[in-house]
Every structure is written in structure tokens, then in C-alpha cells.
Design a protein around this ligand. Structure first.
Ligand code: SF4
Length: 294
């Protein structure tokens, strides 16, 4: 049994909150840069009043997003004013023992300190109906998984409200099949339009139960952008869905264009013979997350 001090967890979460909000992961940044090569949305007009084939609305948006990420990283400022509700994914080894405090409280204290120290916006209300701000961005939404070994791995993901509001889940039946899944995913992206701040990363959770599918769709957005699923069925679905989503024409910031999504990631799980649960988490271009291990 390995002891892990609660204050180390607090410190790791504090630092991860600050870094995640200021520093867009390289894989997301690289995907934005690559998308400049394929974006062909309507042309914008240059100062002389003529349309310029190299400058399109979509490309302008992508260039601004890349510049915004550079400024945030260099000047240590938040990538976006919405610094999110904090999702925390914990993998704790069955041979690890948290000492000197409670795991969940250690995480919440890290969020509290990080949002205070990093001057990050507090966006959490204590109840969905009375809407009173908790004042410190807690509580985090914590998912804990017990795994073999004695390590602790924590991923912190500040999740923006705009894209979260556009996410969706549905209980399909087996008769809906692959076509039904594709239709639901594409319609979710199309109906969301500019609201989730595209280009998005589309996380698709397939199978399990309603809540399992939703959780899988959240885990899917954490994968490196464009890294295919190791499951060949899911990998093929990812390719098919990315093409279909980018044919919706929503484009960067919803101004029209090819790059509506940087990637579609599918995570699947066995399910009941009568069910076909599917969930879609939309992650905006500010795809922030940080992982650390103790
Ligand atoms: S959806 Fe994302 S980019 Fe848009 S405002 Fe929210 S956090 Fe910012």
C-alpha cells in the first residue's frame, strides 16, 4: 500500500487548473494549424474592396484562434473568459491510500486555490434553480475509477458552458443501427451551429447505459486530437462521422466552411440487447485539459 498525501493532490489540481486555462495543448494547436490548409469558406474582402482567395472568413477565424492561443500562452492569460466548470477524472490504484485528508475535498481545495490564484472566472452555481454563485468554482465534477496498482492519475478539464449546453444524449434502439447513430451525431452538430464555438472536437459515447454513454463521450474529448480509436469499428465510424460533420458547412465560428470539427472521437462499451445508447459531447476549440500523476 502506497500513501499519497492529500495536500499533494490539492497542489497538483491547483497547478493543473491554472495551466489548463492558459495553455492550449499542442495537439489542439497543431490541429487548428492543419485545418488552415483545408478551410475554404467564403472569401473576405481586402482593404481595396476586392475578394481575396487566400483570405476567407473561416481562415480568418482560425488564424485568430491560433493567435489567441499564442497570446494566452506567452502572457499567461486565460484562453477564454469562460474558464468552465471543472471536470476531474481520477484513476486511483487499489493499492494507493490517500492520507491527511479526503480525496474529493483535496480536489475541490485545488480548484478553489487555482481559480483564485489564476484569476479565473467562477462559473458554478450552488443549485440549478436558485443560481447563487458558489464564489470559488467548486464543486468540481469528479469521476473516480479504481484501477490496478498504487498510482494516482488525475486529469483536469475546465469545460465551457457554451459547448456543454449543445451536447446531447439519446436512447436509440438496435433497429436504428449505425445510420441512426450517424444521424443523431450529425444533427446534434448541425443544430448547435455556432453556439459551441467551432471548430469543435466531437466526443461520441456509444453503448453501456444512458449515463455510461455520456461519460464515454466526455472521455472521448480527452484523447489526442485525431488519434484514431484502437477499435477498428470505432475508428471507421470516426472517419465517416468527421466527413459528415464537416459537410454540414457550419465552419469556424459558424461563419460557414469545411472545418466544423477538428476530430470525432468514439468510445464504445457493450450494452443491453434492447438498447443503443448514444451521447455526444461537444468540446469547443478551447479544448483545455491537463493530466498529472503522483
Ligand atoms: S464554448 Fe468554449 S470557446 Fe466558447 S465561450 Fe465557452 S469556453 Fe469559450
Amino acid at each position: 500500500m502506497r500513501d499519497i498525501a492529500a495536500d499533494k493532490i490539492t497542489d497538483g489540481v491547483r497547478q493543473a487548473c491554472i495551466e489548463a486555462c492558459r495553455d492550449l495543448p499542442d495537439d489542439v494547436l497543431d490541429a487548428l494549424k492543419r485545418s488552415l490548409e483545408i478551410e475554404d469558406s467564403p472569401a473576405t474582402f481586402c482593404s481595396a474592396g476586392t475578394s481575396c482567395p487566400r483570405r476567407t472568413r473561416g481562415r480568418d477565424v482560425l488564424e485568430q484562434l491560433i493567435e489567441n492561443a499564442r497570446i494566452a500562452r506567452e502572457e499567461q492569460m486565460p484562453i477564454c473568459q469562460d474558464t468552465g466548470i471543472v471536470l476531474v477524472f481520477v484513476e486511483i490504484g487499489q493499492d494507493a491510500h490517500v492520507i491527511g485528508g479526503d480525496l474529493t475535498e483535496a480536489i475541490n481545495e485545488g480548484v478553489r486555490q487555482g481559480y483564485n490564484e489564476g484569476y479565473l472566472r467562477r462559473s458554478v452555481v450552488r443549485h440549478p434553480l436558485d443560481r447563487v454563485n458558489t464564489g470559488d468554482n467548486t464543486p468540481a465534477v469528479v469521476y473516480t475509477e479504481i484501477v490496478p496498482g498504487d498510482h494516482l492519475k488525475i486529469t483536469v478539464c475546465p469545460k465551457g458552458g457554451g459547448c456543454e449546453n449543445m451536447s446531447a444524449a439519446k436512447m436509440l434502439t438496435p433497429a436504428h443501427g449505425r445510420e441512426g447513430v450517424n444521424r443523431f451525431v450529425v444533427e446534434t452538430v448541425r443544430e448547435a451551429g455556432p453556439n459551441p464555438c467551432p471548430p469543435v472536437i466531437v466526443g461520441v459515447g456509444l453503448g453501456g447505459t444512458l449515463e455510461k454513454a455520456a461519460l464515454l463521450s466526455k472521455k472521448a474529448i480527452l484523447r489526442k486530437v485525431g488519434e484514431p480509436s484502437p477499435n477498428p469499428v470505432d475508428a471507421e465510424l470516426e472517419r465517416e462521422l468527421l466527413e459528415a460533420v464537416n459537410e454540414t458547412g457550419v465552419g469556424p465560428a459558424g461563419y460557414g466552411g469545411r472545418v466544423t470539427a477538428l476530430a470525432v472521437h468514439v468510445e464504445s462499451y457493450p450494452c443491453h440487447i434492447a438498447s443503443l445508447p448514444v451521447a455526444v459531447t461537444l468540446q469547443c476549440h478551447a479544448a483545455r485539459h491537463r493530466t498529472f500523476s503522483i
